[in-house]
Design a protein around this ligand. Structure first.
Ligand SMILES: [Zn+2]
Length: 132
């Protein structure tokens, strides 16, 4: 399972940062998942929540996931556009269709290429300092 190994990597990264800051525990973890990363949010969250149980320092950590709107580059007019994802609860049937390239809002041609958005980034950590 791809998401589980990503969650493992993330946890290692968090533990290293927490150690560096001499934190007592981590309370919140903010992660950005790119719209073209192919990461399944729910599976990633599920994996993280299982793995964190093994680590005293992370047991209370809340995972905050954010996915920015996808950005496309038009191959015809070279303009960049942001085409927001449909909210799955608004249109359950078209939630997946919407991630495919649509039409360029500038020239109306359909040759759009995904731009970036393949990342999984640890944005921010909230930690409790160890009181000396
Ligand atoms: Zn265009």
């Amino acid at each position: 399972m791809h998401e589980l190994s990503l969650a493992t990597g993330l946890i290692e990264q968090i533990l290293a940062l927490a150690a560096e800051h001499q934190a007592r525990r981590v309370t919140r973890v903010m992660v950005t998942i790119g719209p073209f990363s192919g990461v399944v949010r729910d599976s990633f969250e599920f994996g993280f929540n299982i793995l964190k149980q093994e680590r005293e320092m992370l047991r209370e950590a809340v995972l905050d996931l954010e996915t920015p709107d996808p950005v496309y580059l038009c191959l015809d007019c070279d303009k960049v556009s942001v085409i927001p994802l449909a909210r799955p609860d608004d249109q359950p049937e078209s939630a997946f269709k919407n991630i495919g390239p649509k039409k360029c809002p500038w020239c109306c041609l359909p040759r759009l290429s995904p731009k970036g958005g393949t990342e999984l980034i640890l944005n921010q950590l909230e930690m409790e300092e160890r009181h000396v």
